[in-house]
Design a binder for this molecule. Structure first.
Ligand SMILES: Nc1ncnc2c1ncn2[C@@H]1O[C@H](COP(=O)(O)OP(=O)(O)OP(=O)(O)O)[C@@H](O)[C@H]1O
Length: 228
């Protein structure tokens, strides 16, 4: 499902860290509503930096970024939580809380966002159902396989139905079969309209899926294949 509304726009964006290290340089980029896009490149190419700029974890040294029509330059510090509420993030190491149940892990973003306790169980179960883990809601994450833990991480990222989902090496720790299953899940979310940007160096997997691929090299966007 692709439409012409721009969800992410970078205009000549550069990020230089305080150490003097360059994260990204001169990035121009548009991602449209409903797209599923891979971001690839060598280690240190700037993939994580680009994702962190979208969530305003890092701020650009030059250039402008729009997310969901909002210019991040004019975003007040107090507005950052609102921006992040609209972006689900999936990490490689999924960052689950190991002393809390699967249910509690997925419920966490809803509690932080101030959802009514009456609404939370229904939303958590709907999200766990989407990733096929409804039957595991009571267990501790440590008892799950790596692939299942990653699916809990995805359920947590999508539980408040963000229109934009970012993933940083979501299959980095998984074997090819499980990686394929995780990508299938992302495709399912994309099919219901979620815009998705996935940083991955798994070229074999990316090559099997027919989506737009952005390639970074030394902080620069060197190719953009399959764009609309
Ligand atoms: N907090 C930081 N302080 C200083 N330099 C940083 C910081 N974060 C990243 N960098 C530098 O910015 C460049 C891009 O790093 P980034 O983590 O964005 O790359 P990446 O493509 O995500 O790499 P990887 O695939 O290894 O995770 C690298 O040279 C890195 O050393």
């Amino acid at each position: 499902m692709k439409q012409n509304k721009t969800v992410i726009q970078f205009d000549n964006v550069s990020k230089r860290y305080p150490t003097g290290q360059s994260g990204v340089e001169g990035i121009n980029l548009k991602i449209l509503l409903g797209e599923m896009v891979f971001l690839t490149g060598h280690s240190g190419a700037g993939k994580s930096t680009l994702l962190k700029l979208i969530t305003a974890i890092e701020r650009p040294s030059a250039g402008q970024i729009w997310v969901g029509g909002q210019n991040l330059k004019t975003l007040w510090r107090s507005q950052i939580p609102i921006l992040r509420r609209n972006i689900g993030v999936v990490f490689q190491e999924h960052r689950l809380l190991f002393d809390r149940s699967v249910f509690d892990n997925v419920a966490l973003p809803l509690q932080i966002a101030g959802f009514s306790p009456r609404d939370i169980p229904r939303r958590v179960r709907a999200s766990l159902d989407k990733v096929g883990l409804l039957h595991k809601e009571k267990v501790l994450p440590i008892t799950l396989s790596g692939g299942e833990q990653q699916r809990v991480g995805i359920a947590r990222a999508v539980v408040n139905k963000p229109p934009l989902l970012l993933a940083d090496e979501p299959t980095g720790n998984l074997d090819p079969e499980l990686s394929g299953e995780i990508m299938l899940l992302f495709e399912q979310f994309n099919q219901v309209g979620v815009t998705i940007l996935i940083a991955s160096h798994d070229l074999a997997l990316i090559g099997q899926l027919k989506h737009r691929v952005l390639t970074l090299s030394e902080g620069r966007l060197v190719s953009d294949v399959g764009a609309l």
